[in-house]
Write a protein that binds this ligand. Structure first.
Ligand SMILES: Cc1cc2nc3c(=O)[nH]c(=O)nc-3n(C[C@H](O)[C@H](O)[C@H](O)COP(=O)(O)O)c2cc1C
Length: 271
């Protein structure tokens, strides 16, 4: 298991992954099957454009295991330029949702189930970590091992986020995205994703709906990244927010190589 939700985040970081399947049994062993990569993404050759989004892979042991299992685009869990605590356990819970999750269903609290169903096609989960991060000295020291774990036709993306600290106003907050991205680049990241869409951090909120903030963050982050591709991770835009989305996309085009969507829908839960 790449991430075990029954264990604390700390246990997963220190001891994970757990009881992994034999990689040879999985069909997505890209680079051993093909001589030439079939796809290009952000200028990098990719065996197969299927991977794991930011979140469940908090160290190079996890990202390397994902590469060995055959996932070819793997995102290291979002890290910060400052250490930051994890929300209290539990951080992942199974939910009961009939059919697709909709904004209508989210008007009422979603009901937590006692167990995880073994039928993964029926599994729904919610998560709340708050984007924990160790001191950047820790993740920047680990990043080279994660980059080295990418085989032929595989790409490791580093995800980072800005932090609002005591005394920070908008300017310092925007700059903090660039600081975190710079740390990632200096540690060797080949592509950097900035998380503009995490809803679990009370003081930071979901910044991706603020046009001016997004454009400013992208501009400052791209200035430190230079040729390194910048990806932004956004949340769900409702039909009412269509114009904002279009204006954001228009104005970040000079800075951004790709948009990762969507992060999540925010809701409340009950037992
Ligand atoms: C356990 C868990 C942790 C996550 N942590 C992060 C994170 O640290 N940074 C981030 O940008 N997205 C995070 N996400 C969001 C995922 O990257 C992804 O956008 C979301 O799960 C929707 O994609 P899916 O429908 O394929 O699951 C997390 C998701 C889950 C389930």
């Amino acid at each position: 298991m790449l991430y075990d939700p029954s264990k604390t985040f700390e246990e997963n970081v220190v001891n994970g992954p757990f009881d992994l399947p034999d990689p040879t049994r999985l069909p997505l062993q890209g680079d051993s099957l093909q001589d030439e990569a079939q796809f290009m993404f952000l200028g990098f050759p990719i065996n197969f454009p299927f991977g794991i989004a930011a979140g469940s892979l908090p160290t190079s042991r996890h990202t390397n295991a994902a590469f060995e299992l055959g996932y070819d685009v793997v995102v290291y869990k979002t890290q910060r330029a400052h250490d930051f605590p994890c929300n209290p356990y539990p951080n992942v819970l199974p939910l009961q949702v009939a059919g697709d999750l909709t904004l209508e269903k989210l008007k009422e609290p979603l009901v937590v189930t006692a167990d995880y169903t073994s039928d993964l096609s029926k599994l729904n989960i919610t998560n709340s970590f708050g984007v924990p991060s160790p001191d950047p000295a820790v993740w920047t020291a680990d990043l080279p091992a994660a980059l080295a774990g990418a085989g032929k036709g595989q790409l490791l993306i580093m995800s980072v986020v800005g932090t609002i600290r005591e005394g920070y106003g908008p300017e310092e907050y925007y700059d903090d995205f660039a600081t975190a991205a710079r740390l990632a680049k200096l540690a060797g990241a080949k592509a950097v994703e900035i998380n503009l869409s995490c809803p679990n951090v009370a003081s930071e909120g979901v910044i991706c709906y603020n046009h001016d903030a997004v454009v400013e963050i992208c501009k400052r982050t791209k200035a430190v990244l230079g040729n390194t591709p910048l990806i932004i991770k956004i949340g769900y835009f409702t039909p009412d927010q269509q114009n904002t989305l279009e204006e954001i996309v228009r104005d970040i085009t000079p800075y951004v190589a790709a948009i990762s969507a969507i992060n999540t829908l925010q809701g409340s839960i009950c037992e």
